[in-house]
Ligand binder design. Structure first.
Ligand code: MN
Length: 234
């Protein structure tokens, strides 16, 4: 009886892998806050890398949806924002990894959207409460296929997001404050990183609201494209 459940368990979150029949089983979703100066500035913040460390939040793997999905406009927000991000997909474990060795954990990359109930995130920030209601939103972690680039540290390439064909965000991965290697090394001080973990590396400037009917296309040059259709509230 040990293998029976009261109801069918949720199948594991997974993403397609370019050029492979097997899917990438997703374990945890880590997100970096304020990793492009121009986005920090539009959020009313500054970042001094010489004095600060990166900070993180997480979303449940249950919030993951594949590129091409239609996701209902979420409840309790009037300011649902797009954030396009380079996503690192880990394929090997690591704990207390040096930045020089961080490449060994990399399986590949994806283009992701960190959809955010901005009004709830800002209210949480002001009242010094956790960000979960703003960030851990059902259907809010939208991710492209995983593109295998084992051992590779992506450090440049245009990143952009268009809504209904109009470009809203445009920058370059070379403007990351903390690089992919630095993020893996830093995160591995706090977590025993595992294959299947995804690290969203932060969004550039130009974030803004979306509404039912909007079509989003995000791109990271040399990696992949992610698409999302915002459906009616449900
Ligand atoms: Mn983000």
């Amino acid at each position: 009886m040990t293998d029976t459940y009261l109801w069918p368990p949720q199948p594991p979150a997974a993403l397609p892998v370019r050029g492979r029949p097997e899917r990438f089983p997703v374990r945890r979703l880590f997100f970096v806050g304020r990793n492009y100066l121009a986005h920090a500035a539009e959020m009313g913040m500054t970042v001094d890398k010489t004095k600060e460390e990166p900070f993180y939040f997480t979303k449940s793997a249950d919030t993951l949806v594949p590129s091409g999905a239609t996701v209902p406009f979420p409840p309790q927000t009037q300011d649902y924002h797009h954030e396009v991000e380079l996503v690192v997909a880990l394929g090997a474990p690591g704990f207390q990894v040096a930045a020089a060795d961080a490449g060994a954990l990399v399986f590949g990359y994806a283009c992701g959207l960190d959809m955010t109930r901005r009004d709830l995130q800002l209210k949480a920030r002001q009242t010094q409460r956790p960000w979960d209601l703003g960030k851990d939103v059902e259907g809010s972690a939208v991710v492209s296929e995983i593109v295998p680039l084992p051992g590779h540290l992506v450090d440049r390439g245009q990143i952009s997001l268009a809504v209904n064909g109009q470009v809203r965000q445009h920058s370059d991965v070379s403007r990351l404050i903390w690089s992919v290697a630095e993020l893996i090394a830093d995160l591995s001080r706090y977590y025993h990183l595992q294959p299947g973990d995804l690290v969203f590396t932060g969004t550039p400037e130009g974030v803004g609201p979306v509404w039912p009917g909007d079509q989003l296309v995000g791109q990271v040059e040399g990696v992949a494209e992610v698409r999302l259709q915002v459906g009616p509230a449900a």
